[in-house]
Design a protein. Structure first.
Length: 256
């Protein structure tokens, strides 16, 4: 990835797909296609029940395991929830927080996104914080305000040291699972706004090294263009991450 100046992270978000047996098969196919590629970080964010099998398969390899959510309390009477320590002990290194599907269907708010982020960072996990505007926001021309606000609130009380373990994924809600991708310029513009929010809070140096991903119908065809933009340091990939050839092609595009 000679012409990129910093770390690139390609993460697959499998969402609610793949039983443990299917996960085993998918990871072995992905691994066979990406092994030997070192220039970008590769993460698969899998359903909780797939974590043990995937973690044991990728241990010590270039593929890292991520979860798709985490609770903000350390333990206790929170039926159905999973703590950051539980994830850590199972070999998880990354966790997605505040995905728009969590915000849309499961009552996730900017406040709970912030609490989850803090709990995960405290446990030593890397966090992929998702932000993004809806179609109505974009049509009302408030994308900048919405994304800046979500970013600021997610990062409340996050220290500069902890910020080194935070990735921000810009995922316009209208582009998720729709086949509609933001143009390279649209995506880059909003990733630039996010970087400015980080710079205002943590300074330019940290903002420059912060990984900002684009997510929303990224695929084998459009990845190279998106990843060539100066503010886009990786991708958070849904549908295409379930197809080994497509996911590997995106990893390859990140190295070009
Ligand atoms: P798609 O790539 O399927 O649009 O999903 C994007 C996403 O939500 C990743 O978190």
């Amino acid at each position: 990835m000679g012409n990129r100046r910093k770390r690139t992270v390609i993460a697959g978000n499998w969402k609610m797909n793949m039983t443990p047996a299917q996960a085993k098969e998918l990871v072995s196919q992905i691994y066979s296609k990406v092994k030997g590629r070192k220039a970008c970080d590769i993460v698969v964010c899998v359903p909780f029940v797939d974590i043990p099998v995937v973690a044991s398969m990728v241990k010590g390899s270039i593929i890292k395991v991520g979860a798709q959510n985490v609770h903000y309390e350390k333990s206790g009477a929170f039926t159905g929830e999973i703590s950051a320590d539980m994830l850590k002990e199972c070999g998880v290194q990354y966790v997605i927080v505040g995905h728009s599907e969590r915000r849309q269907y499961f009552g996730e708010t900017d406040k709970t996104v912030n609490l989850r982020t803090l709990a995960a960072l405290e446990a030593g996990l890397r966090v992929i914080v998702c932000v993004g505007e809806t179609l109505a926001d974009r049509e009302s021309d408030i994308t900048r305000e919405v994304v800046a606000r979500q970013t600021k609130l997610a990062l409340e009380n996050v220290t500069a040291e902890q910020m080194k373990n935070v990735i921000i994924a810009y995922e316009p809600v209208w582009a998720i699972g729709t086949g509609k991708t933001a143009t390279n310029e649209q995506a880059n513009e909003v990733c630039g706004i996010i970087r400015q929010v980080v710079a205002d809070k943590y300074g330019k140096v940290l903002a420059k090294s912060t990984v900002i991903q684009y997510g929303g119908s990224m695929n084998a065809k459009n990845a190279e263009g998106l990843l060539s933009m100066n503010h886009i340091d990786g991708g958070l990939i849904g549908g295409a991450s379930l197809k080994p050839d497509d996911f590997a092609a995106i990893v390859l595009a990140a190295q070009e």
